[in-house]
Design a protein around this ligand. Structure first.
Ligand SMILES: Cc1cc2nc3c(=O)[nH]c(=O)nc-3n(C[C@H](O)[C@H](O)[C@H](O)COP(=O)(O)OP(=O)(O)OC[C@H]3O[C@@H](n4cnc5c(N)ncnc54)[C@H](O)[C@@H]3O)c2cc1C
Length: 497
């Protein structure tokens, strides 16, 4: 696949050797990589269809080094792409040919655990799961749990506002981050929020969460930690149609029940997961719901009965309730391994991420089935049903350019459908380069220009992660007086993707 990125600046490329030397003085030892073999692992992220070798890779270890690297790049007008663990599925960490790739993986320490304030202060390169590992001995955990949690960094989670199974009840990253330290492109440090529960002034913490590396580099994160629930039990519900399962999701929420997690898989995903991990999933159903209920034992018991009744009303053909921790883990094993399981049945898959109002689930699932015929490609659905956050996996073969084009067109059609039914282009994977050119489906020019003005307030030279999120690259001076008349943009010579 190809995606248009800001063209490399010849004058920067010509100074590569000199720039590498200057950066090596700031980050000595093995902190600067320039040889192609050393940089190869960084040429792509989780969206592997897009690749680009960076100009230079820098791995700082201290906040002061981050400050000095950014200040140097600012003074010399060098573009910078921040990177955590490189698991982004939207190409957020895709390098630029004339850019410095600033890899934050050496910031891997848990700095403080404060049980009294129910908070942990960590460096951005700490993996999501490592936070729970650091607090679980006292019965606590960090709630947002992306499937990639063993590898993805908390800095990346903040930048993408990542979600996971437990976010239906406990909120996305944005609801679980209490404070941030960030370095701006000028090298200045700002601190936002903290262990206290409310912040003064504008909600900059909310603004930064989900800002995809475009506004600053996160160097410290304070997260909320929660008490692990007393009891957690899961139901495995099989349905004859996707529509039945979709309706059941809406009915459960409509009844005032907020499960700890509510995930859905369609028949292709069920089959693939079962073949891979043998979780005991029923194979004669079209759709499977895994509904987890957590809390005090008695409450969970009552909720299980209510969910069972709702499932029966929606034609559930198969109902199982976990009777032990082992069985609960087994119910989840297939869901957690669903992506790699689908990877076993197709040479390639394209993972989409859109969010719709829950009520639209049956309609969207039905329409997607029709699209399978239109685009002549199969789709496996594995997703956070409770949040209405879809993850259709479009199966294709990247060696066949026609299939590849159809997969991209199919993906765009799904995201447009999400917007059409009142949803949004992304749920948790971010916009990156993947959905950048679809932003116009959701936002009008005035919306986008206003969002870019926010970007300009933090990065007037457009050096941080340019080419991501915004479908057009404006100069900030241009934006400050941009009037769009009948769709005619001023400054037609400025690159637009
Ligand atoms: C198998 C698989 C399953 C996944 N499942 C989920 C899931 O369930 N839920 C979910 O939400 N996501 C999921 N993802 C996507 C991905 O793991 C998340 O987006 C994750 O938050 C990315 O973290 P990272 O450290 O890998 O960031 P990277 O990929 O390195 O970067 C992602 C973005 O964050 C920016 N960034 C990274 N670090 C910093 C920093 N310190 N300061 C400023 N900006 C920074 C980058 O510029 C980029 O824009 C999955 C990915 C894979 C491969």
């Amino acid at each position: 696949m190809s995606v248009a990125m800001p063209g490399p600046k010849a004058e920067i490329l010509a100074r590569r050797g000199e720039i590498a030397k200057a950066l090596s003085r700031i980050v000595p030892g093995e902190g600067v990589i320039t040889d192609p073999d050393g940089m190869r692992p960084f040429e792509t992220d989780g969206l592997t269809a897009y690749r680009q070798m960076p100009m230079i890779v820098v791995l700082p270890e201290t906040v002061e080094q981050v400050q000095r690297v950014l200040r140097y790049c600012y003074d010399n007008e060098i573009r910078v792409v921040p990177r955590g663990s490189g698991t982004s599925l939207s190409g957020g960490a895709l390098p630029l040919a004339d850019g410095v790739l600033l890899v934050m993986s050496r910031f891997n320490k848990v700095l403080e655990v404060d049980f009294e304030n129910r908070a942990a202060v960590v460096q951005p390169g700490v993996t999501n799961l490592a936070i729970t590992r650091a607090v679980e001995h006292r019965g606590f955990y960090y709630a947002p749990d992306p499937s990639s949690q063993i590898a993805c960094s908390i800095g990346g989670n903040v930048a993408e506002n990542s979600g996971g199974v437990h976010c239906l009840k406990y909120g996305l990253t944005t609801n679980n981050v209490l404070g941030l330290e960030m370095v701006l492109i000028t090298g200045e440090i700002i601190r936002l929020g903290g262990k206290h529960l409310d912040s003064e002034g504008y909600d900059f913490l909310g603004l930064m969460t989900g800002s995809e590396g475009l506004l600053g580099v996160v160097t410290e994160v304070t997260v909320r930690i929660l008490r692990s629930p007393e009891t957690a039990r899961a139901l495995l519900l099989g349905f004859p149609t996707n529509e039945d399962a979709g309706r059941c999701v809406g009915d459960i929420i409509g009844a005032g029940i907020i499960p700890g997690g509510m995930e859905m898989m369609d028949s292709l995903a069920i089959q693939a997961a079962e073949d891979f991990v043998h979780a005991g999933y029923p194979l004669d159903v079209e759709a499977l719901l895994i509904v987890e209920l957590d809390g005090p034992g008695e409450e969970v018991h009552e909720l299980i009965e209510r969910v069972e009744a709702i499932a029966r009303d929606n034609n559930a053909a198969n109902i199982r309730v976990s009777q032990s921790e082992e069985e609960r883990a087994n119910f989840w094993a297939g869901r957690k391994a669903a992506f790699p399981a689908v990877g076993r049945i197709s040479p390639d898959y394209y993972c989409m991420d859109g969010t719709i109002p829950r009520k639209a689930l049956p309609k969207v699932l039905h329409r997607m089935k029709e699209m399978e015929t239109e685009f002549d490609l199969r789709v496996a659905n594995v997703f956070h049903a409770g949040d209405g956050n879809l993850h259709p996996l479009i199966l294709y073969d990247a060696n066949d350019s026609d299939q590849l084009e159809r997969a991209e067109a199919f993906g765009s059609a799904i995201l447009k459908l999400c917007v059409e039914v009142g949803g949004v282009l992304t749920g948790e994977h971010g916009v990156g380069v993947e959905k950048r050119d679809l932003m116009g489906e959701m936002f009008n020019e005035a919306d986008l220009a206003q969002q870019e003005r926010v970007k300009c307030a933090f990065d007037a030279r457009q050096l941080l992660n340019p080419g991501k999120v915004f479908p057009e690259l404006h100069q900030c001076a241009e934006l400050s007086r941009m009037h769009v008349h009948k769709g005619q943009l001023p400054f037609p010579d400025i690159p637009r993707f």
